[in-house]
Design a protein around this ligand. Structure first.
Ligand code: HBI
Ligand code: FE
Length: 288
């Protein structure tokens, strides 16, 4: 269970407080029909407004593959994307499918979907008078923030690997560690591109404030990705991140999760104290 809850600043609260049984109308895997025709003109206006604002802001800030993903999936067309049309393109590229869910789903359901290349997207969009406030991941965070990079083969493989690792960690009572890896990569990851830092984390890509803060503020630590350190570092869901972890290539992230025995790592790290995202001084790390 994530360390803190109550979301602010556009970073949706991940971490399932979902009840164990699917709500009425949802399948056993919590999926629901998208019923795209039921989205209102205001819902589409919210999507278009957030999309236009983020698309211009992310130029020169997001990793190049993000804009490429928006392009190959035709996500620039107005209105909330119709999942059938979106999945036709996405499935051809990396075999992924976006499925509609009512909201947060239980961790086991979430990671099972990822392990089978299905990305659960919240089938609702935030209110027009709350463009920068989000309780749970909505369609804008999930589809704009997560889906474009699922068109990128290494990211597609990485997300599926996290699905399997999530189910494994659940069995081992180590979900909090895998959730940290998910959080500091998929949600709040930074990557080097041509010597510059760029954004690839969905929690940042879908947040106006954090798209600025993550690259420009002097406050947060931006540290080289280190698997053990990430698995030991807690995170906040109610503030902008205090630490960002930077990878050099998506392939590196994939290699890290496929070439390391995470279960053995969990046992080793259980003998060490957790690290706060606020600290960056070696002494804390040396305590390892
Ligand atoms: N459910 N719909 C949805 N979206 C998420 O991002 C999500 C979830 N359930 C669990 C969950 N995330 C987290 O626990 C993981 O990030 C660890
Ligand atoms: Fe997310």
């Amino acid at each position: 269970m994530p360390e803190h809850d109550a979301a602010k600043h556009g970073a949706p609260k991940h971490g399932a407080l979902a009840s164990p049984v699917p709500p009425p109308g949802a399948a056993a895997d919590w999926t629901i029909p998208q019923r795209w025709e039921e989205f209102t003109a205001e819902d589409h206006w919210v999507w278009d407004t957030l999309f236009a604002r983020q698309q211009s802001l992310l130029q020169g800030r997001a990793v190049a593959e993000f804009a490429q993903g928006l392009d190959v999936l035709s996500l620039s067309r107005p209105g909330i994307p119709h999942f059938d049309e979106l999945n036709e393109k996405l499935n051809k590229r990396t075999g992924w499918t976006v499925v509609a869910v009512p909201g947060l789903v239980p961790d086991d359901v979430f990671f099972k979907h990822l392990s089978e290349r299905r990305f659960p997207a919240g089938n609702f969009i935030r209110a027009a008078n709350q463009l920068d406030y989000l309780e749970e991941p909505d369609a804008f965070h999930d589809v704009f923030g997560h889906v474009p990079l699922l068109a990128q083969p290494e990211v597609a493989d990485f997300m599926q690997a996290l699905g399997h690792l999530g189910l494994e960690a659940l069995d081992k009572g180590a979900l909090h560690r895998l959730a940290r890896l998910y959080w500091y990569t998929v949600e709040f990851g930074l990557v080097r591109e041509g010597g510059e830092m760029r954004i690839y984390g969905a929690g940042i890509l879908s947040s106006f404030g954090e798209s600025h803060y993550s690259l420009e503020s002097a406050k947060p630590h931006r540290v080289d990705f280190d698997l053990k350190r990430v698995l030991r570092t807690s995170y906040r869901t109610d503030t902008f991140q205090q630490s960002y972890f930077v990878i050099d290539r998506f392939q590196d992230a994939l290699d890290l999760v496929t070439r390391n025995d995470l279960t053995a790592l969990y046992a080793e790290l259980d003998r060490l104290p957790d690290l706060s995202p606020c600290t960056n001084d070696e002494s804390d790390l040396m305590a390892a």
